[in-house]
Write a new protein. Structure first.
Length: 288
């Protein structure tokens, strides 16, 4: 019996593939800037938006998008001030976000199952309206990452050089922060707020094992994201496991397989390459 005779499985697959494609296209910039865990922090902040939406009986996704964007912009502005005061402020923002979210969800009429679905994903419960939101916002994220690739790459490599070159560094940083917030929140229904950071980073880490050049790494990471999202959904349906966790586990498996394959290739290459001949040391000539 085909799993895709059910409408909810088709919606789940489409939503997973969109996130699997968009998340690594953004994650490569975060990895380049050594901000691999920023998605996890914004996920904590977005949970407060979920709580506000549930408490006010409004769309939790829209509320989470608004709160996450505000939090992401605040994080970026704090980052510009330097690391000394920024780390403490970020910690307060992250932990305050998840604590506020849990408290607001508790005050609403929602059960703990609703909180779990946003934290770890509930892909098979994706409705048509959710899929439209994921498709539109995920498409915007993907298009933005591709169109602004040269400018964003320059900013991620060297902000000072980019600023001297005339690029709007602050605007580009804010665009990156906002798209990160959007990606985190639309992924609530797929891999969850606490797991989306893994889907941003792990495919990029796998691609970096064997690619050379930013464009090749980005392309390979997006393909790995698609593979992890699609295969993770099949594994979840077959083993009756949580879809979000299954997607992340498959992404880690891809990383391990790629790393092992690259290590074996390097070992075979070293074995086949003869050692370089060493030149004899020059003899000292003694004049008599």
């Amino acid at each position: 019996m085909s799993l895709f005779q059910y409408d909810f499985m088709i919606r789940a697959l489409i939503g997973a593939l969109i996130i699997g494609l968009a998340a690594p296209s953004l994650g490569i910039y975060l990895v380049q800037r050594k901000l691999s865990l920023i998605g996890d922090g914004i996920g904590h902040v977005a949970l407060t938006g979920v709580g506000i939406g549930l408490l006010m009986h409004r769309s939790p996704v829209i509320a989470a998008v608004v709160v996450a964007i505000i939090g992401a912009v605040g994080i970026e502005l704090l980052r510009e001030r330097g690391r000394t005061s920024g780390d403490m402020a970020l910690a307060l923002l992250f932990y305050g976000g998840i604590a506020g979210g849990v408290m607001l969800v508790g005050l609403s009429d929602s059960s703990s199952a609703a909180l779990t679905s946003y934290l770890f994903g509930a892909l098979t419960t994706t409705q048509t309206a959710d899929l439209i939101t994921i498709g539109v916002l995920g498409g915007l994220v993907l298009i933005t990452m591709l169109l602004l690739r040269p400018a964003l790459f320059a900013v991620c490599q060297d902000e000072e050089y980019a600023r001297v070159s005339g690029l709007p560094v602050r605007t580009l940083n804010l665009i990156l922060a906002v798209t990160t917030a959007v990606t985190v929140t639309i992924a609530m229904r797929t891999v969850g707020l606490l797991l989306i950071s893994a889907l941003m980073v792990i495919p990029v880490a796998a691609a970096q094992q064997f690619t050379r050049g930013f464009r090749a790494t980005m392309t390979a990471a997006m393909l790995f994201g698609l593979l992890a999202a699609g295969s993770g959904l099949f594994v979840a349906a077959g083993l009756d496991t949580a879809p979000g966790a299954s997607v992340v586990v498959l992404a880690i498996a891809i990383f391990l397989v790629v790393s092992a394959a690259v290590a074996v290739r390097h070992a075979l290459h070293r074995r086949r390459t003869p050692p370089a001949a060493t030149e004899p040391e020059p003899q000292e000539v003694v004049l008599r």
